[in-house]
Design a protein around this ligand. Structure first.
Ligand SMILES: [Zn+2]
Ligand SMILES: [Zn+2]
Length: 130
């Protein structure tokens, strides 16, 4: 509803698919995910997202309603920051076949790039396995 996209998001000029980000809530600066990766919405490549395969615990909360995305047939549920209550992303509760086939990386937790502050995590060894 209030997911207005103000075209002023600062988009990084580089794209490292394997870069791992620590994500903080833009509203209250709580770290909501420490293993996020940059992702692009399949149906709308203008939307930048951060996805993770490991659900953060204790920092976020699912809003109690499933709904269908506009772009495909995934069922998703909004994800709110537990500290400030703002919606900062969504969780794919029932991925559709298209998405299962095209993004079979198990990343079903999405954070809106407009709602989180990413901080690049550089592993000292240069390797961040899985
Ligand atoms: Zn889908
Ligand atoms: Zn918050």
């Amino acid at each position: 509803m209030s997911n207005s996209i103000n075209g002023s998001s600062s988009i990084n000029s580089y794209f490292h698919s394997k870069t791992v980000y620590e994500l903080s809530c833009k509203h209250c600066y709580t770290v909501v995910c420490n293993r996020g990766m940059k992702a692009i919405l399949l149906g709308d490549t203008r939307v930048e997202l951060y996805s993770t395969d490991s659900p953060p615990s204790g920092r976020i909360q699912l809003v109690d309603k499933d709904y269908m995305t506009c772009n495909c047939h995934c069922k998703i549920r909004d994800l709110a920051c537990l500290v400030c209550g703002n919606v900062i992303g969504y969780h794919v509760t029932h991925p559709c076949e298209t998405c299962l086939e095209s993004c079979n990386n198990g990343h079903f937790w999405m954070f809106l790039s407009d709602s989180v502050i990413p901080r690049e995590r550089l592993d000292s060894s240069g390797i961040f396995s899985k």
